[in-house]
Ligand binder design. Structure first.
Ligand SMILES: O=C(O)[C@H](O)[C@@H](O)[C@H](O)[C@H](O)COP(=O)(O)O
Length: 239
């Protein structure tokens, strides 16, 4: 994988998605364990979508002091928490079970009609958990969005502005359904451990093109995040 960014990209390529899921879950658990031993608690933000399901199944079997871990989402769709397209529903069904039933889950969705009206409340919720996040696991869409930082959203510039004092932003993508709530670019970039999880040749090509020195500007959101992140970003990929 050849790419440039301010973040140092560390590729991890696997022969199968199952192997990837096992190793990614181990990497997450190890980073959380380090955080617990150094600071007494840990925070994890996970993506929704289809890609993380196998990793969730691995992670929920891992032994850790999960009662010292706070978990939230990098983004959610503004839907009732039991809607089939809600990331909160996905995480409740596939992640917060077995060993992980002891973890503290902090949802992004509130009772507000629109996500823009909920920003102060969500910020307050997230500030109650260890910041910066110890681990942020990102996915990526075919348009180069990550979290809900969609290239087509009018609110992208505000959500990507490093001076934005909020932890979260509300976005309305043109190319995908539902209003969104997302961690801001700066919140994601500050993570102590940043992991990108992508599968399939198509996403690999999209990612490499986005990260290439010759990539057209404005750069895609996934690159904008990594250009802002000062440390290592582990890129987990399998066909
Ligand atoms: O709510 C969401 O949609 C996500 O958190 C989003 O950023 C996701 O990671 C990508 O869209 C990839 O989605 P897939 O894993 O389904 O390809």
């Amino acid at each position: 994988m050849e790419a440039t960014a301010m973040a140092q990209l560390k590729p991890h390529e696997f022969d199968s998605r199952t192997d990837l899921d096992i190793w990614l879950a181990r990497e997450i658990a190890a980073a959380l364990e380090t955080a617990i031993s150094e600071r007494g608690s840990a925070s994890l933000a996970v993506s929704g979508g289809r890609t993380p399901l196998g990793m969730f199944q691995q992670l929920r079997q891992m032994r850790l002091d999960w009662d010292k871990v706070w978990i939230t989402l990098v983004d959610d769709r503004w839907l009732p928490a039991d809607h089939p397209d809600s990331n909160e529903a996905l995480v409740r069904e596939h992640l917060l079970k077995y060993q992980l039933a002891a973890a503290h889950f902090v949802p992004l969705k509130t009772v507000h009609e629109q996500p823009a009206a909920a920003l102060a409340d969500i910020d307050q919720r997230l500030r109650a958990i260890p910041q910066p996040f110890d681990v942020v696991v990102l996915g990526m869409g075919d348009d180069g969005h990550t979290a809900s930082l969609f290239p087509c959203a009018a609110e992208l510039e505000a959500a990507a502005d490093p001076a934005n004092p909020r932890l979260v932003a509300a976005l309305q993508p043109m190319s995908a359904p539902y209003g969104r709530i997302s961690l801001t670019l700066a919140t994601i970039a500050r993570a102590r451990n940043l992991l990108l999880h992508i599968t399939g040749s198509k996403k690999k090509q999209i990612f490499e093109a986005a990260m290439a020195a010759s990539a057209a500007e404005p750069h895609l959101p996934v690159r904008r995040v990594l250009d802002r992140a000062p440390g290592v970003c582990h890129v987990f990929w399998a066909e």
